[in-house]
Write a protein that binds this ligand. Structure first.
Ligand SMILES: NC(=O)c1ccc[n+]([C@@H]2O[C@H](COP(=O)([O-])OP(=O)(O)OC[C@H]3O[C@@H](n4cnc5c(N)ncnc54)[C@H](O)[C@@H]3O)[C@@H](O)[C@H]2O)c1
Length: 299
C-alpha cells in the first residue's frame, strides 16, 4: 500500500478545482506539495489559504515540454524527488468537432493530452531513477467513456488519457509505480472559465465567447462535487491500488448501459479463412492480458 507521508507530490492544475482539493488532502497526509498551474494569481491565492513550509507554487504551462522540465527541476531542488504525480490540469471547450478549428484542436489537445504526456515524459524517468516507487493519477473524466457530440475535442483527449493510463499502469508496475485514472462527473470548479487562459497564439481560430453560455456553465458547476470529496476518494483508491477512480457513483448504471450497447454491436460472422490462425494467436495475447490485469488488481 502506498505511504504518503514524506513524499513529494506535483499537482498540475493544483490552484483550483480538483487540484486544490488534492493539494489539501496531500498536505494533510504529510506530503510536500507543488502546486503547478498556469494562473499565477490562483497559485498565490491557494498558497495564501494554506499554511506551512511543505507547499510551494510553480507557474507552468503543462503543454510545454521545456516548461515542465524546468518546473520539475525547481520542485526537486526544494523538496527532493517527486514520487506522486497528478496530471490534473485541464480545460474545456464546449463545442462540436465540426464547429472547431485547428487552433481549437491544438489548444485542447495541448493541455488535456500533451499535458499528461509531458508529465509522464518529464517525471517517469526521474521516478524510476529515484527508486522510491510512487504513484501517478491522471485526471480524465466520465467523458473518457461517454462521448456526446459536445464537447468533441475534450472527449477525444479524455479517451486518450484513459488509454495511456492503462498501458502505463501495466508497464510501470515493475518499478512499483502505481497508475490510476480519475473519471469524475460534474465538479464544483472553475473550468467553465477556460477561455481566459487560451494562449494568444491559438486565438486565431477561436469562436467568440458566448458570455451567457459561460454564465450558465458557471451556475451548473456550482452544484458539482466538492473537490475535497473527490480528493478523499482519490487517496482511498490509491491506497487500494484501484485503477478506475469513479468519484461519482451515479454514473454506474449509465456505463453499464453503454457497455451493453458496445457488446451488442458485435456480429457472429461466419469464420473467414484466417480465423483459426488468428484466434490461436489471440488466445496467447488474451491470456497474457488477463494475467496482467489480475496481477495488477491483486497488488
Ligand atoms: N469540472 C468538471 O466538471 C470536470 C469533470 C470531469 C473532469 N474534469 C477534469 O478535471 C481536471 C481539473 O479541472 P477542474 O474542473 O478542477 O477545473 P479548474 O479550472 O477549476 O482547475 C483546473 C486548473 O488547471 C489550470 N490549468 C489550465 N490550463 C493549464 C495549463 N496549460 N498548464 C497548467 N495549468 C493549467 C487552471 O489554471 C486551473 O487552476 C481537468 O482535467 C478536467 O478536464 C473536470
Amino acid at each position: 500500500m502506498i505511504e504518503f507521508a514524506g513524499r513529494t507530490a506535483f499537482v498540475t492544475g493544483g490552484a483550483n478545482g480538483i487540484g486544490i482539493g488534492l493539494v489539501r488532502a496531500l498536505l494533510a497526509e504529510g506530503c510536500n506539495v507543488a502546486i503547478a498551474d498556469i494562473r499565477q494569481e490562483s497559485i498565490d491565492r491557494a498558497l495564501a489559504s494554506l499554511s506551512g513550509q511543505r507547499v510551494m507554487g510553480v507557474q507552468v504551462d503543462v503543454s510545454s515540454r521545456t516548461a515542465m522540465a524546468e518546473a520539475a527541476d525547481a520542485v526537486e531542488a526544494r523538496f527532493g524527488p517527486v514520487s506522486l504525480l497528478f496530471n490534473n490540469a485541464g480545460i474545456n471547450l464546449f463545442q462540436t468537432i465540426e464547429a472547431s478549428s485547428y487552433d481549437d484542436w491544438d489548444w485542447v489537445m495541448g493541455v488535456n493530452l500533451h499535458g499528461p504526456i509531458n508529465g509522464v515524459m518529464t517525471f517517469v524517468p526521474r521516478m524510476i531513477k529515484a527508486g522510491l516507487g510512487g504513484y501517478i493519477v491522471n485526471t480524465a473524466s466520465m467523458a473518457a467513456f461517454l462521448a456526446a457530440g459536445m464537447p468533441g475535442i475534450y472527449n477525444t483527449t479524455k479517451f486518450a488519457v484513459r488509454g495511456m493510463s492503462e498501458s502505463l499502469r501495466a508497464s510501470l508496475a515493475q518499478h512499483k509505480i502505481g497508475v490510476s485514472v480519475l473519471c469524475p462527473g460534474l465538479v464544483k470548479s472553475y473550468i467553465y472559465a477556460s477561455n481566459e487562459i487560451r494562449p494568444e497564439a491559438l486565438q486565431g481560430g477561436a469562436k467568440p465567447v458566448d458570455k451567457e453560455w459561460v454564465q450558465r456553465l458557471a451556475e451548473i458547476h456550482e452544484f458539482g462535487m466538492e473537490p475535497d470529496v473527490i480528493a478523499a476518494r482519490v487517496l482511498e483508491a490509491m491506497r487500494e491500488h484501484r485503477f478506475y477512480i469513479f468519484s461519482h457513483p451515479e454514473f454506474k448504471d449509465e456505463l453499464r448501459e453503454v457497455f451493453d450497447e458496445v457488446i451488442d454491436d458485435f456480429r457472429d460472422y461466419p469464420a473467414d479463412p484466417g480465423h483459426d490462425m488468428r484466434t490461436g494467436f489471440e488466445k496467447t495475447r488474451r491470456e497474457s492480458y488477463r494475467q496482467q490485469r489480475r496481477g495488477l488488481r491483486a497488488k
